[in-house]
Design a protein. Structure first.
Length: 201
């Protein structure tokens, strides 16, 4: 279950001088507290989305509605907002998301670089994953590498899902007969998106 919501952090409290409570008319009795609000998911702060100031009279205990307070108090409220700083930890969710996206992007980049490197320099026991003419998925394994070609053995099984490759990539599923493939043929299969991954063991 996804748990999300909002929270707040107390930043600063002030008791400005020369302010009269609009309710009980007492002087210097109003306190103002600034809060920074943030969204959270599973109680991890995602990002802040503004500040708010709460005002209360210490004499009559009334919470003041900023719509009905004197202009002087509204000005003090705005000043308090400006002089307070949003805590850095309220950005931690954005930081974690950025790190996650960056990690995924780097992993994808590294996988692509490995794939291209494996394609250029095939080695014995490399397993090539490819799509068949009818849209199924299968593999072939490198048995021997020469200058311009590779000797491979074909997997006799296919699967209708790319995620199912690990289930069929086992030694008993490979045929006994071998056949030769040129490195140009391998490159062409890659360029036409038939070969989509290479595992190196």
């Amino acid at each position: 279950m996804l748990i999300y919501g909002t929270g707040s952090k107390h930043l600063k409290t002030e008791q400005p001088k020369g302010i009269v409570c609009p309710i009980c008319k007492s002087e210097d009795s109003v306190i103002m507290s600034a809060y920074s609000r943030h969204a959270h998911i599973f109680w991890i702060p995602l990002f802040p989305f503004g500040k708010t100031v709460a005002m209360q009279c210490q004499n009559c205990q009334e919470v003041l509605d900023k719509k009905n307070v004197p202009e002087q108090l509204k000005t003090k409220s705005q000043e308090l907002k400006k002089e307070t700083t949003t805590p850095a930890w309220q950005f931690i969710g954005l930081l974690l998301i950025a790190l996650l996206i960056g990690g995924i992007a780097y992993s994808d980049y590294q996988s692509e670089q490995n794939f291209k490197s494996y394609l250029k320099t095939p080695q014995k026991n490399d397993v090539y994953k490819y799509t068949t003419e009818v849209g199924m998925y299968s593999t072939f394994k490198v048995i021997e590498v020469s200058k311009d070609s590779i000797l491979v053995v074909q997997n006799e099984y296919e699967t209708n899902k790319a995620s199912g490759i690990s289930d069929i990539d086992i030694d008993p599923n490979y045929a006994e007969s071998l056949y030769m493939m040129s490195k140009k043929d391998i490159q062409q299969m890659y360029e036409t998106n038939k070969i989509y991954d290479i595992d190196r063991y």
